[in-house]
Design a binder for this molecule. Structure first.
Ligand SMILES: [Zn+2]
Length: 455
């Protein structure tokens, strides 16, 4: 009896397990998934009605159909709709406003995306997501106009441009060049006006500068900066590596630098120092001198630089140096400053105040302070025997910041004087020339100031 009773209860347990198990299975089955599709509409909060809007929809069980609607104050327009035979896990689409609405006067439009998935949930109807995003309409291009600029620019040299840029929803503006570098501008005198120093690197064959302003809705305005291009001849110099230099300076530097550890032979050591170490040293210089302040420029009274009193200018800016050993070229490099020589350990004098942004031993440049004079104009002083100033310190014109020496990759005591504009090496001779500064910087700023004062 007992046994039979037991036997007869089996099917009930089995049925219960089957029902509960089946229920759990169905509850978790992909075709009964209960999650709404996820909808992403456009990354930005602004729209110029011209650029297509990005819409992305994702769903576990697949999207069966979707539509994208645009609501204005007057109407609702369908921008896109699709129904899929084969449900899609991801739909990525671009939608555009109809041409007739490009002149819409509304401040905002509402984009609504409705998407239904292929789930059998909801009595076979599936899950429907309805996502709404309000976009601010901005169809106006930024206002951009050039106020004044230097008449020309010399290869390897610098120039100045003053312009006006305004937009309610400004995203960014800058001076674009033909070689990829963007020069940033600094506010100048009055709201909406900007000034920027720009530079033509000695390594670039041509130069072109364009003012660019972009707003958050994607509207862009471009204005070219008319500059008379002046070529400059830079020398190709052939330098013989002497045994004195290789066995003296190079032997000593090879011991000091981590890059030359394990490198045997003076010529391979020289190559590593002149190429790898130089590259790292120049990267540090360019990184340190790329920044431009965001504060308003009221004036920029830069005076000619002559860091060594009675120093002889050995020149050399822009030289392309070919290094020879036993009649064979072993390395090449650009020389990006001028060499000034005087007595040994001659005092280095500042003609312009500024902020000391770097002091340290920088490989082939030896002990090297860098000073920022404002507007992204930097000067550097290489091979110093001693430096009297500290990073972060403000120095006044008339300060002796250090003494010349032979630190780094040099033989004789001299000063390597470099000038940089937003991380680009420029001709120091321009910034040592009173006439050049007056014509290209001071007068350009003065005429811009006069123009702005009349506005
Ligand atoms: Zn030099």
């Amino acid at each position: 009896m007992r046994r039979r009773k037991n036997n007869s209860s089996w099917p009930i347990w089995l049925l219960l397990i089957a029902v509960v198990g089946g229920g759990i299975y169905l509850y978790n089955a992909p075709f009964l998934e209960r999650n709404d599709p996820t909808v992403t509409i456009h990354g930005d909060a602004y729209w110029n009605l011209k650029e297509p809007l990005q819409v992305r929809i994702d769903d576990q069980s697949g999207i069966k159909r979707y539509k994208v609607l645009m609501q204005t104050s007057a109407e609702t327009v369908e921008l896109a709709s699709e129904e899929f035979m084969e449900p899609q896990k991801t739909v990525q689409t671009e939608v555009s406003a109809p041409k007739r609405l490009l002149r819409l006067k509304d401040d905002t439009v509402t984009i609504r995306v409705e998407a239904t998935d292929a789930s059998k949930w909801n009595f076979l109807a599936g899950n429907t997501a309805s996502e709404v995003k309000v976009l601010r309409v901005d169809t106006k291009r930024p206002m951009l106009s050039r106020i004044s600029n230097s008449y020309g620019i010399r290869k390897g040299g610098a120039a100045l441009v003053v312009f006006r840029a305004e937009d309610e929803n400004m995203q960014e503006f800058y001076v674009e060049t033909n070689f990829g570098k963007r020069f940033q501008a600094q506010p100048f005198v009055k709201e909406g006006y900007y000034v920027s120093l720009i530079a033509w690197p000695v390594t670039e064959e041509s130069f072109r500068a364009t003012l660019v302003a972009k707003d958050k809705a994607g509207n862009i305005t471009r204005t070219s900066v008319p500059l008379y291009l002046k070529d400059a001849k830079y020398r190709e110099r052939q330098l013989k590596l002497t045994e004195d230099y290789l066995e003296g300076k190079i032997a000593q530097l090879a011991e000091d630098y981590p890059e030359t550890q394990g490198v045997d032979g003076r010529i391979p050591q020289f190559k590593v120092i002149n190429e790898d170490v130089r590259q790292a040293n120049e990267k540090l210089i360019h990184d340190t001198t790329s920044k431009v302040p965001e504060t308003m420029v009221e004036s920029f009274n830069i005076k000619p630089f002559y860091p060594l009193k009675n120093g002889e200018n050995l020149g050399g800016y822009g030289d392309y140096r070919h290094y020879y050993h036993n009649g064979k070229e072993v390395s090449v490099a650009y020389h990006l400053g001028v060499d000034l020589a005087s007595i040994r350990q001659a005092p280095i004098l500042m003609q312009n105040g500024g902020e000391v942004v770097y002091v340290g031993y920088n490989g082939i440049y030896g002990n090297m302070p860098i000073v920022h004079h404002g507007m992204g104009l930097y000067t550097l002083y290489g091979h110093c025997s001693s430096v009297n100033v500290q990073e972060g310190e403000h120095v006044e014109a008339g300060t002796v910041i250090g003494k010349t020496g032979t630190t780094g990759s040099v033989l004789g005591d001299h000063l390597h004087f470099g000038v940089l504009v937003q991380g680009v090496d420029v001709r120091p001779q321009e910034w040592m020339d009173k006439q050049w500064i007056r014509l290209n910087i001071t007068e350009v700023m003065d005429s811009a100031k006069q123009f702005i004062a009349r506005q």
